[in-house]
Design a protein around this ligand. Structure first.
Ligand SMILES: NC(=O)C1=CN([C@@H]2O[C@H](COP(=O)(O)OP(=O)(O)OC[C@H]3O[C@@H](n4cnc5c(N)ncnc54)[C@H](O)[C@@H]3O)[C@@H](O)[C@H]2O)C=CC1
Ligand SMILES: N[C@@H](CC=O)C(=O)O
Ligand code: NA
Length: 429
């Protein structure tokens, strides 16, 4: 008979939306997990701020306010505190103590990933982070492992559940931004500070991680051009529908002739595009690779249980390495691509203008567009009930961002143009 392997000690840092679900699943699935790993996983402690607070389904004797003491006595540490400190210090202490780490902390990885990778490497342990990008969706592992034999050229994704939920509810139910944000917070999708979601910072952190994985280079949060959804109005949503589009917050990572371009911004997607139909807090990511062609990953990108699923999958992987020996892949950052300037990105614009409703206006606007070597894909005019003023909606063909921005700036200065009411990029056309 084979002797049972010694239990692996798992320490959990944080018992919030994700942590509480990790604790539940570790206990509920302990027999299956032991069979899959080849050794039992023993939850030895949960670091929290307030040990006296009752937590559903959590054994109170596991709670501790000594996170530093906890990581010193673990084989595997799960970090679901969020934020930069003390998460970074605790992860580094875990490595120093010989523990592998599983984290969902995209903000920390996007800001200081290389420090963490080097420390894990020096200690000969694993750093896994499937939950950090697109929650439950297996995406990090396919990028790190399944696509390691291919050349990825582009990643285009909806990677923030909160903003997708907000935009979807605004579109389908006509609800107001603030009202929907509150519900997203109640459902556990939003970050502790939801500014990170609505201003695009959370998606930008994920874009940095995805670009690094896709192009085997280092892209950090500061390298990602970022624009959130706070300026999207009910009018933008209505016009998107009117012109056959859906508004989505997109994370885009591309390898272009000018280098790596990583950016996050709201964009119009034609309603036939598969990403246009991704509703609620769901995420979906397109990956284009030279040999594989297009791939699409879809699933729940936020919420306690879906995120915990990805965390526990990583725990099983790193635990198997402990049992069998060896470790998973290190950071792959051998390629030194330059960063493409933000205004070199090639995209299309749809912009709306309020113009004088009189002859010759369309021609003047079209002339400015042509002078910037931009071409018009569609133009639509609608008079206002009061008369004298018309709404003009122009969609361009693809052109460098710099040319498109200069076009809009010059049009805004025309005497027949009363206001540029909105400028949105169009992707996936
Ligand atoms: N909620 C979600 O849908 C997803 C969250 N994530 C990431 O997972 C991590 C955790 O997120 P949530 O569980 O949603 O956050 P949360 O705010 O619900 O939970 C974090 C918990 O950690 C505790 N905490 C913070 N600092 C602490 C400290 N120094 N000592 C002890 N406890 C401390 C907080 O009191 C809180 O209970 C974050 O990095 C987040 O970005 C990733 C994917 C999805
Ligand atoms: N706040 C994030 C949580 C997952 O990463 C989101 O809304 O997607
Ligand atoms: Na994931």
């Amino acid at each position: 008979m084979v002797a049972p392997k010694e239990a692996l000690r798992v320490g959990l840092l944080g018992c919030g939306v994700v942590g509480s679900q990790v604790a539940r699943l570790l206990v509920e699935q302990s027999e299956d997990l032991a069979a899959r790993v080849g050794a039992p996983l023993e939850l030895v402690g949960i670091a929290v701020r307030d040990t006296s607070k009752a937590r559903d389904g959590v054994d109170p004797s596991l709670l501790t306010d000594d996170a530093h003491g906890l990581v010193a006595r673990c084989d595997i540490v799960v970090e679901v505190l969020g934020g930069i400190e003390p998460a970074r210090t605790l992860i580094l202490e875990s490595f120093a103590a010989g523990a592998s780490v599983v984290t969902a902390n995209k903000a920390l990885l996007a800001q200081d990933g290389p420090t963490l990778y080097s420390a894990a490497d020096a200690a000969g342990v694993d750093l896994y982070f499937e939950a950090a990008v697109a929650g439950a969706i297996p995406l990090v592992r396919p990028m790190r492992e399944s696509l390691a034999g291919d050349r990825v050229t582009r990643v285009l994704g909806i990677v923030n559940g909160t903003t997708n939920y907000i935009l979807d509810e605004m579109t389908t139910k006509g609800l107001a931004f603030d009202e929907v944000l509150r519900t997203a917070q109640e459902l556990g999708y939003a970050e502790a500070d939801p500014t990170a979601d609505v201003e695009g910072h959370d998606a930008a952190a994920k874009a940095a991680i995805l670009a690094s994985l896709a192009f085997h280079t280092r892209v950090s949060l500061d390298d990602v051009a970022c624009e959130g959804i706070t300026k999207i109005s009910a009018d933008d949503v209505a016009w998107a529908t009117e012109t056959g589009h859906a508004i989505k917050l997109l994370a885009i990572a591309e390898l272009t002739d000018a280098g790596v371009s990583a950016r996050v911004h709201p964009a119009l997607l034609p309603s036939r595009h598969p990403l246009a139909g991704v509703g609620g807090a769901f995420n979906a990511v397109f990956v284009e690779a030279e040999a594989a062609g297009p791939l699409m990953f879809y699933g729940q990108g936020a919420g306690g249980a879906p995120t915990a699923s990805a965390v526990i999958g990583d725990v099983v992987s790193v635990a198997r390495h402990r049992v069998l020996g060896g470790k998973g892949p290190d950071e792959s950052s051998y390629a030194s691509h330059p960063l493409a300037p933000a205004d070199a990105a090639v995209t299309s614009y749809q912009f709306r203008l309020r113009v004088d409703d009189k002859p010759g206006v369309l021609a003047r606007v079209a002339q400015v567009v042509a002078e910037h070597s931009v071409s018009i894909e569609a133009m639509r005019q609608q008079g206002t009930p009061a008369g004298g003023v018309a709404n003009l909606v122009l969609t361009t063909h693809r052109a460098p961002e710099a040319a498109l921005a200069a076009t809009v700036a010059e049009i805004a200065g025309l005497d027949v143009v009363q206001e540029v009411t909105s400028v949105l990029r169009v992707e996936g056309a």
